[in-house]
Design a protein around this ligand. Structure first.
Ligand code: GLN
Length: 220
């Protein structure tokens, strides 16, 4: 059995779960293997997961709640274990090794050797939707409705920590929107500054399930 966990302590976790369930269905995986999606709020559930999604929301609140639930260390261990993880928006902030405008006491999990900047878009671009091209890594996805809500950007790619692969830039905004980096991958960890769980299309989730989750698991 394969278990995908979605951190469900704050933010848009329900939407991620719905998208993952739909993606698994569209990929026809249920017929071939037992795969479930769980809400994660405690260590016992977390340790059963083969992969984890950290949703968008508010990273300061998320870090506070995780701390209160004694989940920070277990989450750090999970990420460090090399299991696939994906952070969207606030989740990307949580997975960053460094945060430019950290609010006091805000805790990060690390995992991606990047510096992130919170609320990085000017007021006018604070929240916006743009059809962007991801076909370089997701075949055929040339105009994906991309939702940004007070999103962060990846302001620096840092050298990889010992033993880790390099950070790969997957996507940046088009030049007319500022060229900032909005998606990176470092080995089995993915970070996106936008919310694929808030568009109709489940292509992003299908890609993640196939390329990150299933590629790690040997089906016996
Ligand atoms: N601005 C939020 C933060 O700093 C992120 C916004 C989001 O996840 N949509 O955590």
């Amino acid at each position: 059995q394969i278990v995908i966990g979605v951190l469900a302590i704050q933010g848009a976790f329900r939407e991620h779960i719905q998208h993952l369930v739909k993606a698994i269905d569209e990929l026809g995986l249920q017929e071939k293997l037992e795969i479930s999606v769980f809400e994660v709020r405690d260590e016992e559930t977390l340790v059963r997961c083969d992969a984890l999604v950290i949703p968008g929301g508010e990273s300061t609140t998320m870090s506070l709640v995780a701390q209160r639930l004694n989940l920070l260390e277990p989450l750090r261990q999970f990420i460090a274990s090399g299991k696939p993880a994906w952070g969207t928006c606030a989740g990307l902030i949580m997975l960053s090794s460094s945060l430019q405008n950290k609010s006091c006491d805000q805790q990060l999990l690390g995992g991606l050797d990047i510096e992130t900047t919170r609320n990085a878009f000017g007021r006018q671009l604070d929240s916006f939707i743009a059809d962007l091209d991801y076909s370089k890594f997701i075949p055929g996805l040339t105009a994906f409705q991309t939702v940004f809500i007070r999103g962060p950007v990846i302001s620096k790619i840092l050298p990889p920590s010992p033993g880790k692969p390099k950070v790969e830039v997957l996507a940046s905004l088009p030049e007319e929107r500022g060229s900032q980096i909005i998606a990176v991958r470092q080995g089995d960890i993915l970070g996106t500054s936008f919310h694929p769980e808030l568009s109709e299309d489940v292509s992003f989730h299908k890609w993640w399930v196939q390329d990150f989750v299933l590629s790690k698991i040997t089906i016996t």
